[in-house]
Each structure stands twice: as C-alpha cells, then as structure tokens.
Design a protein around this ligand. Structure first.
Ligand SMILES: Cc1ncc(C[n+]2csc(CCOP(=O)(O)OP(=O)(O)O)c2C)c(N)n1
Ligand SMILES: CC(=O)[C@@H](O)[C@H](O)COP(=O)(O)O
Ligand SMILES: [Mg+2]
Length: 641
C-alpha cells in the first residue's frame, strides 16, 4: 500500500494564490513535496507519470510568476498536468484520476477555471493560447496566453501554423517549450536535432545573455543597437534560431528544474515589452523518481505501481494483444513482400511498429507527431509502388482526415490503414475513444473498411490489406487483448465485401461488425434459450457491404439487429440505407441498429463503458425482445417464411 508522503508546505497550498504567499526560498521544498505527491497519487491510479514529473518545477514557477487563471495557461497534450491539478484546487481528488466520475487525465475546461482549454491530442496549445491572448488584447483586458508545449509536440505542423500567426499577440503570448528530448519514444527528425544543438551550445546563452543584459541597461534610443548586438550574437552563435525567424523572442535554453533560473527568466518574460516570447526550458522526463528516470520510456504511461520499488501491476496473463498480433502479422507480410513498409506518427510501441522496426528498420518510418504528413507520405510511397501500412490510432487518424480524402481516396491510392484503439479505450476517455473511424472512412468512395472480430480475423485482414492494390483499405481493431482464438498458420486472402455466417438460425439475425461478435454470440445463446432461433453473421466489411448476405438475412428473418463499436453514421446507417433503397423494410421487417450512443465517451473501465453504451449481450437481447413486442401498424408478426 503506498503511504501518502508528508507534505507540510504543500498542505498550505490549495490555490496558486497560496503558492504566491510563499518565500522564493520555500519553493524548492514545495516542488519536492509536489513531486512526492504526484508519485504517490499515480501509484494508486496509474496514468501518465514521466511527463508530469518533468514539469514539477516549471509548474511551480509558472503559477508563482503568472497571474493564473487570469493569465491563461494551456498545457499541450495535457498528460503532464497532474502537478498543475494539485496546485489548482484539485489535490483532494487527484487519486480519482482517469476513473469514471473522477478527474480527467488531461486538462478539461469543465473541470476548472485553471484549465482554460482541454487537450489530449498534441500541438494545439499555441493556437489556443494565441486565441486567448488576442481576445484579451481585443477586449482591452490584461492577461496573457501561455502555452507549454513539449519537444515531441513541436513536431506537428499545427504548432508552426500557430507560430507563423503569433506576431498578432505581441507580448501577450508566451510559449514555453518543454524540451526533455523525449516524445513517447525518443524524438525524431530535424527539429529534435536542432533543439539538441541549441541546448548543447551553452556559449550561446552566455553571449545572448550578455547582449540582453546590455540591451536592458541602455537608454531606449540605443536599445535597438543592443538588440542588433543581440541578433548578431544569435547569428554568430547559431545562425538565428528557428523560432526567432518566426518572429519570436527566443530565451534559453534554461534549466527547467532550477527555480533560481526559472523564476527570474519567467518574470523578465512576463514583464517584457516585446513579444511573443518563446522560453526554451530543458527538463528530464521522469525527473526525481529513479524507476522512471531509468526506464526507456521514462514511465510515460504506467499501471498502478509500488512507489518503493516502481514495480507496476501486471495484467493477468491472457491472449495476445491485437497490437502484438498486428505487428507479428505485418512482419510475416514483409518477409513475403519487400514492398511492404510501415509508418507511425510517434507511436512505435503503441502501434507495435517498434517490433516491426526491429525486424525491418529500413522499412519503418517514425515521422514524429505528424499524422497529416504520415498519410500523405504513405500516399507518395504507394503511388511509387510501395505497399505502405499507415499505423495510426483511430482517434489520431482524425487529424489527417483531409489527407485521407484528398491525397489517398480521391486518387484511389493503395494505402493500407492499420487502425488501432478502434472503439472504446477506457481511462483515456473521450479524446482518445476510437468512435468515428467507420463513419469517417466508410462514407468515402473507393475505400475498403474492415473490422476484425478477433485476432485470427486480424491476421487474415492484415494479409488481405497487404495484397490489395485496388485502392485504399483499412482494418480496425480495438485496444487490449484478443479472445484467445488460435492464430492461423497461413493467412487467408478474404474476398472483398464478403461476410461470414458464424451461427445459423431462423428467426433473429444479428449482423455484427468487429469484436462485438463475442457479445453477439452470447446474446444468441440467451435468445435460443428463449425459443428464438438466432443467426449470427460477422459482416467483416463496413464497406463494401455484403449486400447479398444482408438481403438474404433481412428477407428470411423476423428481426435483424446490426451491432458495431462505432458512432452513428457507421455500419448500421449503411445497412439501413441499403435496406431502404432495396425496399427490404417495406413489409414489416423489424430492423434495429446498435451503435455507440451519440455522446462523447467519458473515461471509465472498458467493461463499464460497454454496459453504459448498451453494446453488450444483455442489450442485444433487450433490443430483440423489444422489437418483437413492438406492434408495427397492422403488420402481423408471424415468422417470415
Ligand atoms: C495528435 C496526437 N498524436 C499522438 C499523440 C500521442 N502522444 C501523447 S503524448 C506524446 C508525446 C509527446 O511528447 P512531448 O510533447 O515531448 O511531451 P513529453 O511526454 O515529452 O512531456 C504522444 C506522441 C497525441 N496525444 N496526439
Ligand atoms: C497521452 C497520449 O495520447 C498517449 O499516451 C495515449 O494515452 C496512449 O494510449 P494507449 O495507452 O492506448 O497506448
Ligand atoms: Mg518531450
């Protein structure tokens, strides 16, 4: 059992106003106590640890120097916000993190005025902070927009779109670049190399610091001369920083764990007459907790753990994860076909491409947090004859939707989409739920959209993707483990648009897509016990539909129910459209669709999410029985011939 740490100073701090009453020399102890509280809390709840540990001092300094919540503090991604939540009135609930009804694991507007903007998908903070800054300026109100963005999140184009536009805000916008030289995995690309150079050029800070001090001391008219010296120093040392070319006043790099550096620099930047400013702080992900510091991933995401040893709770042994089955299947495809390659957007371990990359390093691309680029890069690869698998979580693929439409679908390019975390994801909640991919892909002409019902089906579908060259194709599969079915020795090439009957019946037809098949089969047993002979079909394809099979089922059964782990506008909508277009509902068929409710899925345990979403066996039985009881006007309910 993890005991709560002794935190005498932190016990005096509920709000930032309490923090600001402390003496500067008390802040070091406060930060140490804050770090212990974060470790203790996440040991109980699990969640994101490494990032928060890396910003304990930065969070303390920001709330000490700036007038939050009037100064709007926007955390990028928000996974590092646990220290922020503790210092902004939520310490009493910090051990409810990521649980139903508990604190969100990310920043959330509805949760606190100190969370002016929600996050979880990366690289949005500068745009949002700029919005707050410009609004304050337009309204003649005081208050800055402050974005804290990580080096990994700086690899997404949206950050540059915002910086390109930031001049509007003048000194109202402050960007704090939290550079811990880590994304979830080590960072990639030219930006991370650039930042490494900036950090390593210590003399740069010396020169620049001198020039800046000079600038501040000179009377106004000479101010520009000094600034020129400053720019000269910059140019001489580093050829101008990327950020300054974008119109930012670059300050740094500074030690993000040294409050004696952080506080005066943030005070200077707060009071600077010019801007926008970018403060480059160097931190360590996992700072101050040995197991996190020693871990390759710096304990980015953790299960509950023993604080003393750092040992995380292990999931009970069970079937392989869908992610692991995908990686293994893709390796087999790549062994057969040298054109097979794979792209991840900064999620190598989450997508299993770390394993694929170990086998095929030259055919694996981690493009950073850049889903839009990932998709169009894959389109280029496909156009030139490669067989690219773009492995992106359902929720993160949303960021590249126009690239999917414009660069892939319209050009009918054979990009393969491996869509992990499709469906409900549990504790990450609404920002990460993979609710919409069937809807947003199956409405696109030329697209093939498959959903694996189990891990054996996933192997067949990966193979089907690999050999499908007739245009874009996607396979979706959920977070977590399979059902324990044996994996096929040899994968089959599935016939596009063909489903399979898994159980034959006569009165009720359940048309299942994806992993809801398990619940559909359980429901069929219950219905059979109630005297209702039930067919269960695994449609396999949301697009193209197996129209022949669906027509047969809808014209020979009394009740038909579709079920999918996706939002409105998905499989059920397409079956309804087909049935209506073909007059299959003109003569009394009872057709119902089951899908995720039209809400954003809140965080909770997955099994509770399924029950709440009414996507389990009990809900299927309920839906069938209710349909049977429903007397459509004048139409008899005799069993159909
Ligand atoms: C658009 C998007 N893609 C992928 C992710 C998954 N993700 C969450 S945190 C993270 C790494 C962020 O790195 P950085 O900004 O450096 O923050 P750090 O964890 O180092 O504090 C990634 C890739 C995401 N949240 N949003
Ligand atoms: C913060 C973030 O976006 C990632 O860390 C995400 O939470 C990972 O999700 P999985 O745990 O499903 O890989
Ligand atoms: Mg980082």
């Amino acid at each position: 059992m993890n005991d709560r740490p002794s935190t005498p100073l932190l016990d005096q701090v509920v709000w930032p106003a309490d923090l600001r009453k402390l003496q500067p020399d008390q802040l070091r102890q406060l930060a140490d106590e804050l770090r212990q509280e974060v470790i203790s809390a996440v040991g109980v709840t699990g969640g994101h640890l490494g990032s928060g540990l890396g910003v304990v001092e930065l969070t303390t300094a920001i709330h000490y120097v700036f007038d939050t919540p009037n100064d709007k503090l926007v955390w990028d991604v928000g996974h590092q916000c646990y220290p922020h939540k503790i210092l902004t009135g939520r310490r009493d609930r910090i051990r409810t993190l990521r649980q139903g009804g508990g604190l969100s694991g990310f920043t959330k507007r509805a949760e606190s005025e100190f969370d002016p903007f929600g996050a979880a998908h990366s690289s949005t903070s500068i745009s949002a902070a700029l919005g707050f800054a410009v609004a304050n300026k337009m309204q003649g109100r005081p208050g800055k927009g402050i974005a804290v963005i990580g080096d990994g999140s700086m690899s997404a184009g949206m950050a540059y779109e915002a910086m390109n536009n930031a001049r509007e805000a003048g000194n109202r916008l402050i960007v704090i670049l939290n550079d811990n030289d880590m994304s979830i995995a080590p960072p990639v690309g030219g930006l991370s190399a650039y930042l490494a150079r900036l950090v390593s050029s210590r003399e740069f800070l010396g020169l620049r610091d001198l020039a800046k001090r000079l600038a501040r001391r000179l009377p106004r008219p000479l101010h520009n001369a000094a600034r020129k010296t400053d720019e000269f120093a910059r140019g001489m040392a580093m050829g101008g920083t990327l950020f300054e070319e974008l119109g930012f006043y670059y300050v740094g790099p500074i030690d993000g764990h040294n409050l004696d550096q952080l506080i005066p620099v943030l005070e200077n930047v707060r009071d600077a007459a010019e801007g926008p400013c970018l403060v480059h702080v160097v931190t360590q992900k996992g700072k101050g907790y040995a197991p996190a510091e020693a871990a390759a991933d710096k304990y980015h995401g953790v299960q509950k753990f023993d604080v003393i040893t750092g040992t995380q709770d292990k999931a009970p042994p069970g079937p392989p994860s869908y992610t692991g089955v995908f990686a293994k299947a893709l390796i087999a495809e790549a062994e057969r076909d040298p054109a097979v390659c794979a792209i991840t957007a900064a999620m190598p371990s989450g997508t299993g491409l770390d394993k694929f990359g170990a086998a095929f390093p030259d055919r694996t691309f981690d493009v950073g947090i850049a889903e839009q680029h990932a998709v169009t890069f894959a389109a280029g690869l496909a156009a030139q004859g490669m067989r690219p698998f773009c492995a992106i979580y359902s929720t993160f693929l949303q960021r590249a939707y126009d690239q999917v439409v414009h660069d892939v679908a319209i050009q009918n390019l054979p990009v393969r989409f491996a869509i992990d975390r499709a469906g409900l994801v549990g504790a990450d909640g609404s920002t990460h739920a993979g609710s919409f991919d069937v809807t947003y892909l199956s409405s696109l002409p030329n697209f093939v959209v498959m959903a694996a019902a189990d891990e054996a089906e996933l192997v067949h579908m990966v193979h089907t993707c690999a050999v499908h060259d007739d245009g874009p194709i996607a396979v979706r599969y959920p977070r977590g483990n399979g059902v324990g079915i044996a994996l096929p020795e040899t994968p089959e090439r599935l016939e596009i648009g063909k489903g399979r009957i898994v159980r034959e019946g006569r009165q009720v037809a359940i048309l299942s897509l994806g992993t809801r098949l398990e619940e559909a089969l359980k429901a069929a047993e219950v219905l059979e016990a109630k005297g209702l002979s039930t067919t269960v079909a695994d449609l396999r394809f949301a697009k193209p539909l197996d129209e022949a099979m669906i027509r047969r089922l809808l014209t020979t059964h009394e009740v038909a129910v579709t079920i999918e782990e996706g939002s409105i506008g998905g499989l059920g909508a397409h079956v309804l459209t087909m049935a209506s277009d073909q007059g299959l509902i003109d003569n009394g068929l009872k057709l119902r669709t089951m899908r995720l409710p039209d809400i954003f899925q809140d965080q909770d345990k997955p099994e509770k999410q399924y029950a709440d979403a009414r996507l389990d066996a009990e809900a299927i039985v309920d839906t069938v029985l209710t349909a049977l009881r429903h007397n459509s006007a004048g139409i008899g309910t005799e069993a159909r011939a």
